[in-house]
Design a protein around this ligand. Structure first.
Ligand code: ADP
Ligand code: TRP
Length: 336
């Protein structure tokens, strides 16, 4: 059975793009995977490149953990933890950095995209893919489920593992090369039709409800065509968002009615109403638990103990891989 691993950056409270693009599949995998073979972590060290307000970082970490836990992540089966609880990962980052050519990092799209968006071009941002490679390699992960934007980082991880093995492995695979797996929903559109992102202000929060939710949903861009006019559902942002919540049968019915037009065909208002109903159905049952994790001290302590327990399971694996790598580099002690 392959070992799954994925990380999510705590750069905001999760939105439905994060949910459909990542969290939903992680929760599902946490239930399916054999015990101890799925790793999910909150990449708080990566987020330091972007979040410089300590209270906000702590709140985002809590919110990401609360989202996973309230949506039913199986923390017995899966190992759920915080990246910074495993200091070995930063040590492996250094070992990998010494085997990684500048050219490899200079080709990274994400560095260019992020600096273009105004994020400060720090050394940390530039070497972000090396930390990400260490995140993956230190647990001997086989499969990394990610969004499209992360595929290049997995390819770079494969390259870094290859360089390290070639230099120190003497034919053996010291580090296991992972593969990536695209999420089923690699690109959730935001209310403006662009990719939904916390940094574009076009998102619908997972746990928005009532008037706040209504306000967000009403921002979904539509046009002035009447419901009766036949339309291509793929061009309608309200339908692209509604579609995320539908099963195959429901999707076919909605599509046929939009394409046919005529009397009784659904308008944009109907689609938005349905999105709100589906948000309530999907996230409603988890809202109270989410709120408790965010506001209640006892629930917060429970969340912290889940993360700590996850780190206790992850750390021995990380230590084992790091020791194997250090020994191979000649970082040995005494007669070891
Ligand atoms: P953001 O762009 O809001 O800062 P991140 O880049 O931190 O989100 O993404 C966290 C996870 O959610 C990643 O696995 C990413 O691929 C996924 N994700 C983020 N936005 C979307 C989206 N619009 N559609 C699909 N998946 C997304
Ligand atoms: N870079 C990923 C993102 O922005 C988050 C991440 C950090 C990650 N380390 C990882 C994802 C390891 C998968 C595996 O979404």
């Amino acid at each position: 059975m392959p070992r799954f691993l994925s990380g999510i950056q705590p750069t905001s409270s999760p939105h439905i793009g994060n949910y459909f693009g990542a969290i939903a599949q992680h929760v599902e995998a946490s239930r399916r995977a054999p015990r101890g073979e799925a790793f999910f972590f909150i990449a708080d060290l990566h987020a330091l490149n972007q979040i410089h307000d300590p209270a906000l970082l702590a709140k985002n970490v809590r919110s990401v953990a609360a989202s996973y836990l309230s949506m039913g992540l199986d923390v017995e089966n899966a190992i759920f933890f915080r990246q910074s609880d495993i200091p070995e990962v930063t040590e492996l980052t250094w070992l990998l950095a010494t085997c990684t050519g500048m050219g490899l990092l200079e080709r990274a799209h994400s560095y260019k995209d992020k600096t273009a968006k105004g994020i400060a071009p720090s050394v940390g941002l530039f070497t972000y893919p090396v930390l990400m490679a260490a995140d993956i390699l230190i647990y001997d992960a086989d499969v990394v489920p990610v969004g499209k934007d992360q595929v290049q980082h997995i390819e770079m991880t494969q390259d870094m593992a290859g360089h390290f093995n070639a230099r120190y492995g003497a034919g053996a695979a010291l580090l296991k090369k992972p593969t990536w797996q695209l999420s089923r929903t690699p690109k959730v559109p935001g209310v403006d039709g662009e990719k939904m992102s916390s940094s574009y202000g076009n998102f619908i929060g997972m746990f928005e409800e009532g008037n706040a939710l209504k306000k967000s949903v009403n921002r979904i861009v539509s046009d002035s065509r009447a419901p009766a006019e036949p339309k291509n559902p793929d061009e309608l942002i309200p339908f692209q968002i509604l579609e995320l919540f539908l099963d195959d049968g429901e999707r076919a019915t909605w599509r046929a009615r939009i394409e046919a037009g005529g009397e009784g065909a659904p308008g944009y208002g109907d689609m938005k109403k349905e999105i709100m109903a589906r948000m309530d159905a999907l996230f409603g049952p988890a809202r109270a638990r989410y709120r408790a994790f965010m506001e209640d001290d006892a629930a917060h302590a429970e969340l912290e103990s889940v993360l700590r327990a996850g780190a206790e399971r992850a750390r021995p694996i990380a230590r084992g891989v790091l020791e194997r790598c250090k020994a191979a580099c000649g970082l040995t002690r005494g007669n070891a």
